[in-house]
Write a protein that binds this ligand. Structure first.
Ligand code: MN
Length: 210
């Protein structure tokens, strides 16, 4: 069973003005489709056919560069579409576990925003910024290069990503050109906190301490 490109859960223009329709269309239909097709080509006829993407990434050091780059690209973008929404943005409700965890682990929502924006802004070249959960249910922020992610056994800090921001130029250049910080600020207006808190709750099979 080959991997399939997931549909966007909203229309191309749904995230405007924060992320423009043309960027969303190219990003999903060309970039994400490319990673999906190239991942399928890289695993065809190998022992990886039929495995879950999470299991492939957890042992990615054993596999080819094509599996690492395209497996990461497939997974990262699949997460990225889901954690954005035209109804998103703002601060998560204080009834959500993710809000409680952010306050517990970063001191305040504003501190979290600052640290996340710094991770996104200081990633040199192409990559991602992540909010992750570790095995003890604690949140941490990190960034990875290229299409790597915290599920991979090649990164310094492994964890379960529950929020990710693509800072490749293809994600923002049409609308923001070199102004990555403006794109990062705009991203906070479309974060789907309901989805992020769901992923937080599921990260350690419901082991949340709240
Ligand atoms: Mn991308």
């Amino acid at each position: 069973m080959a991997f399939t490109l997931p549909d966007l859960p909203y229309s191309f223009d749904a995230l405007e003005p924060h992320i423009d329709a043309r960027t969303m269309e190219i990003h999903h239909d060309k970039h994400h489709a490319g990673y999906t097709n190239n991942l399928n080509a890289a695993i065809q006829g190998t022992e990886l056919e039929g495995k879950r993407i999470e299991d492939i990434l957890a042992n990615v050091s054993k596999h080819s560069g094509a599996v690492r780059n395209n497996g990461g690209g497939y997974y990262n973008h699949s997460l990225f579409w889901e954690i954005m929404s035209p109804d998103g943005g703002g601060e998560p409700s204080d009834r959500m576990n993710i809000h409680k965890a952010i306050v517990r682990d970063f001191g305040s929502f504003d501190n979290f925003k600052t640290q996340f924006a710094t991770a996104a802004g200081t990633r040199f070249g192409s990559g991602w910024a992540w909010l992750c959960v570790d095995k003890k249910d604690k949140l941490f922020i990190c960034s990875t290069a290229n299409q790597d992610n915290p599920l991979m056994d090649v990164v310094p800090e492994e964890g379960t990503p529950i929020l990710g921001l693509d800072v490749w130029e293809h994600a923002y250049y049409l609308n923001y050109q070199n102004r990555r910080p403006d794109y990062v600020s705009a991203f906070f207006n479309v974060i789907n906190w309901a989805e992020v808190t769901k992923r937080y709750n599921e990260a350690n099979e419901g082991a949340s301490s709240f």
